[in-house]
Design a binder for this molecule. Structure first.
Ligand SMILES: [Cu+2]
Length: 154
């Protein structure tokens, strides 16, 4: 038992400098939620400051039953559909993976309460190499200035 605790403590001490110096950073996060919607989409830039490739493998939030990694695909008939990306979102070393309108995003499904524009919601992101990051997501019901219009822009 004592060995177990010591091992956990050591892992903790070893993990901390990696997070502080060269881990994953999230920039420009926002959560798009229509009033009274049952789901909401989260967008951000995931920046990897490490030279090791990583991957966003899962996400969770207190305000949703599940949070899935999603993307949009266009069928042969030209219909745009969302699908669950089971393998998550890869982020190469010293690179970024952008979640943006009309492309990859996080889907908060089964919202446990209504979300109000202006409030902040916490989403926890888990990465393949072991980092867990809490992101404060401002809620909006519009696309922020400067981002592309997504799937209405083709
Ligand atoms: Cu979706």
């Amino acid at each position: 038992m004592r060995t177990l605790i010591r091992t956990a403590l050591l892992a903790c001490l070893l993990a901390t400098p990696a997070i502080a110096h060269d881990g994953i950073h999230v920039e420009d996060p926002y959560l798009l939620a229509a009033p009274a919607a049952k789901s909401a989409a989260a967008f951000m830039r995931i920046v990897n400051h490490s030279d090791q490739p990583d991957r966003l493998v899962s996400a969770r939030s207190d305000v949703a039953e599940v949070v899935q990694t999603h993307t949009h695909t266009t069928t042969a008939e030209g219909v745009m559909q969302m699908r669950h990306v089971e393998e998550g979102f890869p982020v190469k070393g010293h690179a970024e993976h952008v979640l943006d309108r009309g492309g990859d995003h996080l889907m908060l499904m089964g919202l446990t309460r209504g979300l109000t524009p202006g409030e902040t919601v916490t989403i926890e992101l888990t990465f393949e190499r072991g980092e867990v990051i809490e992101v404060e997501m401002p809620v909006t019901d519009k696309t922020p200035e400067g981002t592309t219009g997504g799937h209405h822009a083709h």
